[in-house]
Design a protein around this ligand. Structure first.
Ligand SMILES: [Zn+2]
Length: 323
């Protein structure tokens, strides 16, 4: 499953510039410019400057994140793909807080959320899920090769060295980080895309960071890269239940959204689950199921043609055929 989906990512994420050998990534780590948005005192999101326009049209954009400045410390959420982007993050923090970065958390092991760890000061403590650390410890070389394939050569990935967590969160675990006047919660709500997915919740401002399990608003769709449709759906429903109605969500690849924006993603996964289950009950093969379960009402995402038939329907078929 993993190998197959990685191959599919490679072929779908890169679009061939006509007859040229050099392929173009969906977003370019050498060009993206990040901007920050203040959500409350000491609470900031950052995301690509063009994200708002693009996400509405279903066009994928680079990684989002944020930082929280307390009286006793600073936490940065996600460290970006390369040095160039990580330095933009450090510059934004410098402009808002004249304090060192005490903590950095990775919402997953994915390189665009964690490769920048190595550019942080040595004193910064890295927080990861133990599953993320385990993945990096065993698959780092293959992971960087895969990322170079998808995000291009010469985007700073070649120089990345693995830097894993100083503080680890175990399966189903939760850590409360005391930044002085702010107590930030880092929570594992369950399998959401990688099995090592962390959500960062700042209760006072009611802001949560989700990483990739929520790419961005409609029409983006979840990517079941590592399968587990049923668990992913349960986790997103748990997240929805957890959030107050006026919560704000900083997704993995987009601008700030509201709680009700989660409904699109949950409804999509429910529809995939119901329709694929029906196909299995009718005795359809995987190929027949992919052909049948097209869910046109969820079209609009630029990566729909890969993510839905290439990734999510097969993942659902595998997951639901198990019992
Ligand atoms: Zn990402």
């Amino acid at each position: 499953m993993k190998k197959l989906s990685l191959l599919l990512v490679s072929s779908m994420l890169m679009s061939c510039a006509a007859a040229e050998e050099e392929q173009q990534p969906v977003w370019d780590g050498n060009k993206v410019v990040l901007k920050s948005e203040k959500l409350a005192d000491g609470v900031f999101a950052f995301y690509p400057s063009m994200a708002k326009e693009k996400e509405q049209k279903g066009i994928p954009v680079a990684t989002s994140g944020g930082f929280i400045v307390g009286t006793d410390g600073v936490l940065v959420i996600d460290t970006m793909l390369n040095k160039r982007l990580n330095m933009q993050v450090q510059q934004m923090i410098k402009e808002e807080a004249n304090m060192p970065i005490d903590y950095a958390v990775n919402t997953s092991f994915h390189g665009d959320h964690s490769y920048g760890n190595m550019y942080l000061p040595e004193t910064t403590k890295i927080i990861q899920h133990e599953t993320a650390k385990n993945y990096i410890d065993h698959h780092f070389k293959a992971d960087t090769e895969f990322m170079i394939q998808n995000f291009g050569k010469g985007r700073g990935i070649e120089e990345i060295k693995p830097v894993t967590g100083d503080l680890l969160i175990s399966k189903g675990g939760k850590l409360t980080l005391d930044l002085g006047n702010k107590k930030v919660q880092i929570i594992d709500f369950g399998f959401a895309q990688t099995g090592g997915d962390l959500f960062i919740w700042e209760p006072e401002s009611k802001v949560i960071w989700t990483g990739n399990p929520i790419i961005t608003v409609k029409p983006s769709l979840p990517w079941l890269l590592d399968g587990h449709l049923v668990e992913t759906l349960n986790t997103l429903e748990k997240l929805y239940e957890f959030l107050p109605s006026d919560a704000r969500i900083v997704p993995g690849h987009g601008t700030v959204m509201g709680k009700e924006d989660l409904v699109w993603h949950i409804d999509y996964l429910k529809a995939v689950k119901n329709q694929v289950q029906k196909a299995i009950d009718e005795g359809l093969t995987l190929e027949e199921t992919v052909a049948k379960v097209t869910l046109p009402e969820f079209k609009g995402y630029a990566l729909y043609g890969w993510v839905h038939p290439g990734l999510n329907v097969p993942a659902a078929y595998k997951d639901l055929s198990k019992k």
